[in-house]
Design a protein around this ligand. Sequence first.
Ligand code: NDP
Length: 608
Amino acid sequence: MTDGERTSSAFDSQALHQKYAAEKKKRLRGDGEGQYIDASGEFEAFSQDPFIKVPLQRDSVSKDIDVAVIGGGFGGLITAIKLRKAGINSFEIIDQAGDFGGTWYYNRYPGIRCDIESLIYLPYLEELGIKPKEHYAHGAEIYAHCQMLARHFDLYRQALLETKVTRISWDETLSRWIINTNRNDEIRARFITVSQGPLSKVKLPGIPGINKFIGKMFHSSRWDFDYTGGDSTGGLVNLGTKKVGIIGTGATAVQIIPIAADYAKHLYVFQRTPTAVDVRDNKPIDPEWFAELPNGWQKKRMDNFLAILSKVYQENDQVHDQWTDYWKRVVALGMDLKSKGSDEGPLAIMQRIDYAKMEELRTRIDETVNDRETAASLKPWYNYLCKRPLFSDNYLQAFNKPNVTLVDTDGVGVSEITEKGVVANGKEFDIDCLIFATGFDVAAAAYKVGGYDVIGRNGLSIDDKWSNNFQSVHGTQLNGFPNFHIVGGFYQGTTAFNFMHALDIQAEHAVDLIAKCVTGNIASMEVTQAAEEKWIAMMEEHHNAALNQYFEDCTPGFLNNEGDTESKPSFLGGNFGGGTIEYERIIRNWRQECIGTDTTTTQVNERR
Ligand code: NDP
């Protein structure tokens, strides 16, 4: 059977269409993204860093540098490494966390792994000759990789950790950005890169009574191992006497639940929308196979994965996992149909594969989960990409344990939190420990994630600039904000399921432009308003109507503004629609051509 033929005809697409629409309707609520609350003010404890045991003591810093790199996660790390390689050594990395790692610093919950293959996710493996242990790396290994990169490229001596940026403002006279911090630092930098990461702003559900609970509660990204015992690999022995509740069944919860089920006296899983979970099939990486990989293997493997997920036909599928399986099937069916003279559009083709894929996942649930009612409740009724597709070989199995109860709320969610526990479906569940696996404010633009003001030329803040419309060039540079670069900008920029690929492209862009200014004696470079208008026109030209329609039809979630696709672009709807490969080609050409030659694109001031 060819990939294209694996669409299976054993389902009624009309009935599925209606079922998906009905399930979406159940989940829609009037308050959209307003249903969530920030982990600040009264809820500050949910975002406090539990991993800093002895806070750092240091004097305030006042210095002039070339580049301030805001964020010490992979975005900031890759940027700093590229600066180092470009010979720009006057930089400082600022992060509020106690170490490098970003999301991998904070997320240490039990069971944590990356769902993208380690060989294409972990940067600089080939260059440093490092073999990851398994195809899907454990979080602790990824966090250790971040620290190793920082040591190898000698970044610790240029890092201001445990330091929160409070304000960034452009000083026209100095042609520098002034960065203020909570430690009274004043850093004056010619250039600034911002990589705050989409998974850094903790999101809590605004469930009535959330502040009343007297038991233990924490967010999954601030796991309290002092309370549970153990570490990110397990050993949660203190939960043996505890009734544990977990709210959420997303990418994080799917990894926590099997481990919590191994230790908790009883585990209640509060589900609002079931999740689509495919096979993981993780394996150790064979050292002999790894040793034989040809020169340039890592970039080629990343490109191969990106090409397949961009629907570009590839002879070989190097990663060969469930991600590539879906996209290869879409491409194969498209080719099959075309060869038969069909004029079926891209959305219809994708939908056919999608129905088949989701039917397979629902069948897997029936085959794995013993209790029929629980199996039925765990079935997702929406398209495959509406939520990040998940992979696990022990999530569904956890529901066969006698100490695990699925509390399915049929799209409604938890209705109340009381002193003693959680109310769902009109019933109160007594809980000792409540875990919020409720995700992050992914849609918050880069500047909001940091929770500080960015003030550009003439006192204009980014907040003001974007109050009506999002305007940028490539999602990375802004008129009114000279020498300012976002690395990891997805609005009007790009994202990729392997986010490392998108980060690498934007970090290279920023560092290349900064290097051009440094070597070309350019004090400031600023994209023009005309360039922003041109980019918006290009965004419209590349608008991917099929993909946008796909997400509009989705069950509510952070990818489609909780179902509100009218008031602002959704996470993916706001991306450059031409795809990451085309985006990279455009920005590479742009930076070769723009600087100093095209005054409609950039304004350049020579260094005084
Ligand atoms: P998500 O936003 O994906 O999931 C949040 C969960 O909380 C959902 O199940 C949601 O239900 C549920 N929820 C929210 N409010 C309520 C409520 N009132 N009552 C009941 N349930 C509620 O967060 P995650 O932390 O799981 O994942 C965030 C992102 O992190 C992922 O999309 C992924 O990009 C990334 N991630 C990546 C990993 C990787 O391997 N690369 C691993 C883990 C996370 P509903 O679905 O109904 O909204």
